[in-house]
Write a protein that binds this ligand. Structure first.
Ligand SMILES: Cc1ncc(COP(=O)(O)O)c(C=O)c1O
Length: 374
């Protein structure tokens, strides 16, 4: 072949996996907790294990940097945050995935780490918040959960590095088939692999990838070993299974989401739709520049009225499932303010929709009938 295969071809074949011993083209699941001393690669499963290591090799290719697999997205995030020392300072976007924001608050209360929450899309606001010699880390999502704001990674990486800080990106909404933050200057990227990477709502997993296996990366690995938060082999296998169809799933979810967003953008019961693929989205230009393989399946629907109307719509869907989580083949809807309004500025009339791979007409019909109830 004259050119390197594209990412979809590599993923479809599990990066051409071949088990040398058996000829199997699908990786084995090794559940052993301990390994014979004569083998150098593995000792004890809390540190590393063969099936999880195969998943990590795939994730390394996918994210473009050495990768560590974790038992959840949140444990991956916590391992990064654990590297911030007492007295140091973190700048985070004003809206951060609620579980991670709660951990940041805990760091402020119990570890003597200050966290400034600012709108990181505003480079001047980030520069103003930076504390010379103390700001160690800047943290944000690219497409923000659940407001769907879009952050310019390249611009933020420049500002972070000017301030002597590292940039860590939570790329859960934007898998590497559409954006590779390490190529845009981020120092670290993490994903909840529970979402798009696995894509079937049947595994909980996280990943951290770095520019290089430097001291920071090794410290993150040490936190994983000390806390026992490595990804279980069964979940590692499910993530690998999911990765094979990631490009197809993401492309389909993105195309359907754009159709759904366009349909409801001018609906009498909808105040507005926030979807990065819509021309009306305030960060649409950044999204077009940055998200090369689709805008994804996530959107925010602002129902006319308030909390009561939004809750009624969420209750009324029949095909779409009212449940937390996202990035799976099935569409999910959730009233986010119900459980994160205490930490994030989330409007009461916002419904977060994760568009799956169902027929777009069915999803539109379901939302139409749900909106007709208010
Ligand atoms: C943006 C984002 N980051 C991190 C997480 C946490 O991931 P996990 O649930 O796999 O721990 C989530 C979960 O919803 C998320 O949406």
């Amino acid at each position: 072949m004259s050119e390197d295969p594209r990412i979809a071809s590599l993923l479809a074949q599990g990066y051409h996996f071949l088990d040398r011993e058996t000829g199997a083209i699908v990786p084995p699941i090794h559940l052993a907790a301990t390994f014979h001393k004569s083998v150098e690669d593995f000792g004890y499963r809390r540190e590393a294990s063969p099936t999880t290591a195969i998943a990590e090799r795939m994730l390394t290719e996918l994210n473009g940097g050495p990768s560590l697999a974790f038992a959840s997205g949140i444990s991956a995030a916590v391992a990064i945050l654990e590297t911030v020392r007492p007295g140091q300072h973190v700048i985070a976007h004003r809206t951060v995935y609620q579980g991670i924001k709660r951990w940041m608050r805990r760091m402020e209360e119990s570890r003597g780490v200050d966290v400034s929450f600012v709108d990181v899309r505003d480079a001047d606001a980030v520069r103003a918040a930076a504390r010379p010699g103390r700001t160690a880390l800047i943290w944000t999502e690219v497409v923000v959960n659940p407001t769907l704001e879009v952050v310019d990674v390249e611009q933020l990486a420049t500002v972070a590095h000017e301030a002597g800080a590292r940039l860590a990106i939570d790329a859960t909404f934007t898998p590497p088939v559409t954006l590779r933050p390490l190529e845009r200057g981020a120092d670290l990227v993490m994903q909840s692999a529970t979402k798009y990477l696995n894509g079937h709502s049947d595994a909980v997993a996280g990943v951290v990838s770095a520019q290089k296996p430097d001291a920071l990366w090794r410290e993150i690995e040490t936190v994983r070993t000390y806390t026992g938060s490595i990804l279980h082999p069964l979940d590692a296998w499910l993530v690998m299974r999911g990765l094979r169809t990631l490009p197809l799933r993401f492309e389909r979810a993105s195309a359907t989401a754009l159709q759904v967003a366009r349909h409801f953008e001018r609906h009498p019961k909808v105040e507005r739709v926030s979807y990065p693929g819509l021309e009306s989205h305030p960060d649409h230009d950044v999204a077009v520049r940055e998200l090369r393989g689709g805008f994804g399946g996530m959107m925010a629907l602002y129902v006319k009225g308030g909390r009561a109307e939004a809750l009624r719509v969420a209750e009324a869907v029949r095909l779409i499932v009212q449940a937390t989580s996202l990035g799976g083949v099935e569409s999910l809807i959730e009233h986010r303010a119900s459980f994160e309004a205490d930490v994030n500025p989330v409007p009461e009339n916002l419904l977060r929709l994760s568009v799956g791979i169902e027929d777009p007409a069915d999803l539109i019909r379901d939302l139409e009938q749900a909106l007709a109830t208010v």
